[in-house]
Design a protein around this ligand. Sequence first.
Ligand code: SF4
Length: 291
Amino acid sequence: MPVRYEEPVYRPPSEAASYLLHVTYGCSHNRCSYCAMYLQKTFRVRPLEQVRQDIEAAACAYPVTDKVFLLDGDAMTLSSARLLPVLESLRAAFPRLRRVSAYSNADSVLDKSDAELRELQEAGLGLLYFGLESGDDPTLERVVKGATAREYTDAVLRSKAAGIKASVMGLIGIAGRERWRTHAEATARVVSEMSPRFFSLLTVTPVPGTSFHEEVQSGRITLPDARETLEELRAILQGLECNGTIFRSNHASNYLPLAGRLPQDRERLVALVDDALDGRLELKPEWLRGL
Ligand code: SF4
């Protein structure tokens, strides 16, 4: 069956049941200092003909597919002229299709007009995942994120205005002990303005081969310990003034899995962090944590 993947393949945990379709290989940015996901891949746009062949094969193998995730690291970098035929083919192939989603950098949305974003939404693009990581610009610059907090905010707000939901990720520990409070407060402020549909927090894990790992090894940045990650989590939660946001910290990298709706669950979530800080709630053991 000609359904082809170039390993390694990554997708958000919430896309576990989705059909994964390569429309690109790798990441168009591929420079974030903490990210090793696509270091082995040279960014390429996949020929439309091959994408259509995969869709045809998948339509035979999994005709009841209702969710599709476009690979790889920033599929939204494709122009709307390249994305629209893919979305049209998906709709034609899968009668039960409910949602198409992709990872997106800020520029990939900002490069498109409001009319283009609306057209993509009408063609089935329903959700974009944004790795904001921090709302603090010096931190974003340090990790070579390639965009400012303002640009990420505008990208999320413009996606939402076009009817495309946003799922935003933040990274606990990314600013180190040196700058954690500034990072936490700025992240809470920026995510509050975005009020994305989903906001999740992960804990940074230095991966050998990345420059972030080198910075940690050489002592240029000091990672928080388990207790300090909870304090950072608490500071972010405390500052969140989101409306209609589903919050999750249940990624494998976190010490304390939490879930709730904002704003109504904020105080309950903060109280759970306090319970963990006071030892009334057990943390995930180190051996159970993952990337
Ligand atoms: S934009 Fe995303 S996929 Fe690309 S290097 Fe940065 S974190 Fe990795």
